[in-house]
Design a protein around this ligand. Structure first.
Ligand code: ADP
Ligand code: MG
Ligand code: MG
Length: 251
């Protein structure tokens, strides 16, 4: 599914090397977690994969099902099945949530050379997904994220994911953190979307998120590299002992 080899990335503005040789391979249907101290480059990795401006890949590669991601425009990456959750946390006054979701879906279809979804079919699709995710119909009518609680924003992002049906989902948690309820919402949403053909990369500071989203593989990132890979027990090790032991001799 997703394969990253020796990825080196620097900040364009500051000529500062952030990622210094990231290797990562995520198979179809797998859930991988990345943990690591603040500033280790976790968000940079997700931004570079999604095609955000301001970063320069100086070495290495990233492919999705064998296709070079790094050469693609952001919307082409989305059309190829990549989704960065929490990429639309902004409030968009005046744009109804339904219109926004439909626009996003149709942009994806267009990039794939598919026909637009009809208003009727879209309504059916949204209602079905919203029901599965226990999302209130009223929330669908409101402007995107305007006045949404933290939990509602998270739920809305999961709804976007459910509608776009990506095959590779990257979830980068905000540093501000989620309360327990919001965390449960995200986890339930993610778990409902887990399938054989869909993979997840969950980036988190919090081991407790991984109590809800059970990862197959856990990676520790530090100083722009993956310094250790293991099973779920690695997350517990971090929870109990912190990063100090793992970082010894690395940074
Ligand atoms: P993490 O998500 O692991 O906390 P980040 O990817 O956010 O790490 O940041 C990695 C490093 O890159 C940090 O030292 C951070 O200060 C720096 N960095 C990332 N983006 C920028 C930016 N746009 N401008 C300046 N420094 C940045
Ligand atoms: Mg950070
Ligand atoms: Mg981050």
């Amino acid at each position: 599914m997703l394969e990253i080899k020796n990825l080196h990335v620097k900040l364009e503005a500051e000529d500062k090397q952030i990622l210094k040789g990231v290797d990562l391979k995520i198979g179809a249907g797998e859930v991988h977690a990345i943990m690591g101290p603040n500033g280790s480059g976790k968000s940079t990795l997700s931004y570079v994969l999604s095609g955000r401006e301001g970063y320069e890949v100086t070495e290495g590669e990233a492919t999705l099902d064998g296709v070079d991601l790094l050469e693609m425009e952001p919307e082409e990456r989305a059309a190829a099945g990549l989704f960065l959750a929490f990429q639309y946390p902004v409030e968009i006054p005046g744009v109804g949530n339904m219109v926004f979701l439909r626009t996003a879906l149709n942009a994806q279809r267009k990039a794939r050379g598919e026909e637009e979804i009809s208003a009727g079919d879209f309504l059916k699709l949204v209602r079905e997904k919203a029901k599965t995710l226990k999302i209130d119909a009223e929330m669908l009518k409101r402007p995107v994220n305007v006045g949404f609680s933290g939990g509602e924003k998270k739920r809305n992002e999961i709804l976007q994911m459910a509608i776009l049906e990506p095959k590779m989902c990257i979830l980068d948690e905000t540093d501000s953190g989620l309360d327990v309820d919001a965390m449960k919402l995200v986890s339930e949403g993610v778990n409902a979307l887990r399938s054989e053909g869909r993979s997840f990369l969950v980036i988190t500071h919090y081991q407790r998120l991984l109590d809800h989203i059970k990862p197959d593989v856990v990676h520790i990132m530090a100083a722009g590299r993956i310094i250790k890979t293991g099973g779920p027990e690695l997350a517990l090790e971090v929870e109990n002992n912190g990063y100090a032991d793992l970082l010894e001799g690395v940074v």
